[in-house]
Design a protein around this ligand. Structure first.
Ligand code: NDP
Length: 264
């Protein structure tokens, strides 16, 4: 007779060994590249496919060097070219087939220098919204059928073994924590993606798809600068450890790279 504890153990092993497909935007440098390297080294997840997007493969030297890894698929995507996202989705679909896409990490982003109200330019505001807000929302829309497919295929699973949308946001998008002012283009575009995370978590709850916003910490990248206290690897390790264990209780929340809840 099969015992209850045996059944639980088998179920656990099946979940633990589930293979997942993950797409990361802005993967040619900084946090995105770090995420791709980490995922491929299989420390965090049991990955079947890692889709790494960049704007120009010809300029993505470090990412292209990883190309020999059979799990890695490098695709081109410019976050301001929203019309190209359905083509991107069909390239992903050709590889994942009916298994779908488990995790979308909207990582690519831009940040201009600190600006007080007198110096804000409408063009700068618009660019930030195109890349940091509209891009991730429209890419999510284009990839939604694949996320739903993964969720349906893995009904008894949760989190990354099922389907998750991760918006890499910033503490600078927190209204509560804004006591320094300025940074209009960056702050407003990140606050807006946070609201989108919340809406996604509500809209997709019945599909079993989770949505979270994550602040990666202040990280040494081209954006974070040399004075940032965190190395890319520290931030990524924290993010992946957190993501590995997320479930329904985290849906629609804003977290730091270690999984600590942040105020909107
Ligand atoms: P980097 O500046 O190092 O990298 C930004 C990435 O975004 C690059 O891959 C870049 O590609 C890509 N990107 C920029 N514009 C576009 C576009 N139009 N289409 C597609 N890709 C684009 O930044 P980080 O790695 O530090 O930042 C990653 C994420 O983390 C961002 O969303 C950022 O806001 C967030 N974050 C970072 C913090 C930090 O301290 N570093 C702090 C808080 C949040 P390309 O090389 O082609 O320009």
């Amino acid at each position: 007779m099969v015992t209850y504890s045996y059944k639980v153990k088998v179920h656990y092993l099946v979940l633990k060994n589930k293979m997942c497909s993950i797409l990361v935007t802005g993967a040619n440098r900084g946090i995105g590249l770090g995420l791709v390297k980490h995922l491929l080294s299989n420390q965090a997840f049991n990955v079947e496919n890692v889709f790494a997007t960049c704007r120009d493969m010809g300029k993505a030297k470090e990412l292209m060097e990883l190309k020999k890894n059979p799990q890695l698929h490098i695709l081109e995507a410019d976050l301001i070219d929203h019309g190209s996202f359905f083509n991107l989705a069909s390239q992903v679909s050709n590889i994942v087939k009916d298994k779908g896409l488990n995790v979308l990490i909207n990582n690519a982003g831009i940040s201009s220098k600190f600006t007080r109200i007198g110096l804000v330019k409408s063009e700068d505001l618009l660019n930030h919204f195109k890349v940091n807000t509209i891009g991730p929302i429209m890419l999510t829309q284009a990839l939604l059928p694949l996320l739903k497919m993964a969720s349906d295929k893995n009904k008894s699973a949760t989190g990354v073994n099922k389907a998750v949308i991760v918006n890499i946001s910033s503490i600078l998008g927190s209204i509560t924590k804004n006591d320094q002012g300025g940074f209009y283009p960056y702050r407003t575009s990140k606050t807006a993606i946070n609201v989108a995370t919340k809406s996604l978590s509500v809209d997709l709850k019945n599909n079993g798809i989770l949505a979270v916003s994550i602040h990666p910490g202040w990280v040494k990248t081209a954006m974070g600068g040399a004075n940032a206290p965190l190395e890319v690897e520290q931030s990524i390790t924290g993010i992946c450890n957190f993501l590995k264990n997320i479930d329904q209780s985290h849906n629609g929340g804003f977290y730091d790279f270690e999984g600590k809840v942040l105020p909107w």
